[in-house]
Design a protein around this ligand. Structure first.
Ligand code: OGA
Ligand code: MN
Length: 295
């Protein structure tokens, strides 16, 4: 197995391509450990030609920790297209595998992925790794972009680092969807998506590196007036997603892309809504909340 930087010239430390390994089969512990080290180094790893189905994807994902359930999905607790509770449905398909209508509620909720975010930052125990398998992709568009929140933190001046050091944010899908004007939530959704607290600056448990824990789900800072908090969060997201910090992944069918939500943000890019895009995501939960992490 080899891991090489995808862009050795402009982003040698962010985004790695893994070759010489079939991750759809059971792996020896040394190879799992090598992938973990690659994640610590590159934040995002790309594997081409991995013919996953849900069971094999779940088995590979479990190498990295306990999986979280797809309880952030809008239709959680109802009939779902995908059977396993450990698989997030990142597609534009209905339960009969037909492309959703442009104004379908599930599709509009899913457009929240177009905003920069870190997966499950709206859960008290947010995501560690996300693993996204491209089962079917559109003919054009539909890239996923990743931004390096470690490099973004490092680039802040000392004054800003001091200002942010101890800030605590509230994260909720009600905030992120609200940005796009989606407010078609039931009373139950509102209870389920009640805001959770997250540190704004976090320290990576294995590398010790600090990073900005930002997401469109962040809608308030404890002790700050809301407009002032949102203005700061906007500025930070803008700076942290400058093109120099971003890797844009152009998908091939059967790619598996794995990212560390503790050190990155990502967003979906647009594509022709009449074409099928079917991606299945498994998610490894963090071992501790950001509130338990060292300051
Ligand atoms: C995700 C996600 C982006 C995309 O799966 O968590 O945000 O491009 N996906 O589908
Ligand atoms: Mn996501």
């Amino acid at each position: 197995m080899n891991i090489d930087p995808i862009d050795p010239v402009s982003r040698p430390f962010f985004g790695g391509r893994v070759s010489g390994i079939d991750i759809t089969r059971p792996l020896p512990p040394e190879q799992v450990a090598a992938i973990d080290r690659g994640m610590d180094q590159f934040g995002v790893l790309v594997f081409h030609g991995q013919h996953f189905h849900d069971e094999t994807q779940i088995a590979f994902s479990r190498n990295f920790g306990a999986l979280e359930e797809a309880s952030g999905d809008l239709n959680w607790g109802q009939k779902r297209r995908i059977e396993s509770p450990f698989v997030n449905d990142i597609s534009n398909l209905d339960d009969d595998n037909r492309v959703l209508a442009v104004a379908d509620r599930k599709r509009l909720f899913g457009l929240g992925n177009r905003l920069w975010h870190s997966d499950s930052s709206f859960k008290a125990l947010p995501a560690k790794y996300s693993l996204l398998s491209a089962r079917h992709i559109p003919g054009a568009g539909g890239n996923t972009e990743f931004a390096d929140m470690r490099a973004a933190y490092d680039a802040l001046d000392a004054e800003t680092k001091a200002l942010l050091a101890d800030l605590i944010c509230e994260h909720s899908q009600l905030y992120s969807r609200g940005i796009l004007g989606f407010d078609d939530f039931t009373e139950q959704d509102r209870i389920r998506f009640k805001p959770v607290l997250q540190r704004l600056v976090r320290t990576h448990p294995s590398t010790g590196r600090k990073s900005l824990f930002l997401a469109s789900h962040a809608g308030a800072i404890i002790g700050w007036p809301v407009p002032e908090a949102r203005a700061l969060l906007r500025d930070l997201v803008e700076q942290a997603t400058e093109r120099r910090f971003v890797y844009a992944h152009a998908w091939r069918q059967w790619d598996l892309v794995m990212w560390d939500n503790r050190a990155t943000m990502h967003r979906a890019c647009p594509f022709d809504a009449s074409q099928v895009r079917d991606m299945h995501r498994t998610t490894v939960a963090s071992e501790q909340s950001t509130m338990e992490e060292a300051a």
